[in-house]
Design a protein around this ligand. Sequence first.
Ligand SMILES: *Cc1c(COP(=O)(O)O)cnc(C)c1O
Length: 376
Amino acid sequence: MQDFSFIPNNEYILLTPGPLSTSKRVRAAMLKDLCTWDKDYNFIVQDIRQRLLSISNLSQDYTTILMQGSGSFAVESVITTALGNGYKLLILINGEYGRRIEQIAKISGIPHISKSVEECEIITPQLIREALRDNTITHVVLVHCETTTGILNPLESLCKEIKQHNKILIIDAMSSFGGIPIEIENLGIDFLISSANKCIQGAPGFGFIIAKKERMEQLKGNAKSLSLDMYAQWECMENHAGKWRFTSPTHVVMAFREALLELESEGGIEIRHKRYAQMQKVLSERMEDIGYQCYIDKKYHSPIITTFCYPDSNFFSFHDMYEYLKCRHFVIYPGKLSQADTFRIGNIGDIYLSDIERLLGLIQAYNQGVQVQSKS
Ligand SMILES: *Cc1c(COP(=O)(O)O)cnc(C)c1O
């Protein structure tokens, strides 16, 4: 008999950027089997598509596409469907997720150029202006909140610059949509990408795209992949009232609808943003008091996730602290930087200031324990 005793009975509080802690209400919505092509289920899909527009205050000039897979599948479906022959993509990079887009472009043979800045720096309008001297560029893509570090790129000034040059604008808003207000229409965003298991606080299993309808209409036959053909998926959802082309993650879709209702009952995106921002502020300030410096300049922090540097002590072990916290039901997140030893703490999901306070109490107690040990 195989031993499955390692499977946790405990409920963890996930302080990660997704999958994240969801509410009982969202999880309970999954306790139902539905048919992927049945009209009752397809009605729910249409309801979700409409709600995504209404929480973003979007007119019917915009439309939505749901795409099976994790967030990267949705990014790949946009990049490989939106760019047909004769197009060229500018990729702005200040972290791992920007690099992933570059990898997608490389693998699928999409003409592109990349412009990178350090991971602790934001993308600037000047960088874009210089890059757009290449007038063969037709599309620009950037990551709103780079989850690698938690840095927040200044969407407003960047979109303005890109739109002044009349480029088609793609935003990876994976870890920000639903948790940070984004004026999609005012900013002129053509394609915005996010997924079920981030700030909407649903379960993992699909991503979604909010797109300008007139852009979508031009994309027939562009795709370089069958399963990830964003146009074909859209056409099917439009023409068959919410039908996905292939098997859809029915349980996850039910959870997502519940999560959208939950977001509405919380008071909408701005209220959720306040909750996240308050937790991030308390977390970053108190961690510095305890002795963990933030990696990113505070003026660039997003309210989503924070990167902390390892302290200068020889006695610090991330693994040890991770296990200490995990035994006490909190799961934190390793770092992803090559230049610095860091770890991350996310604060999105069904978590509240009292959870962050308890975490900080534990980290303080842990630190005192380590100090006592190191002196003896
Ligand atoms: C989570 C995330 C993605 C997608 O990652 P998956 O692991 O495929 O879900 C893409 N971009 C950003 C900025 C993200 O935070």
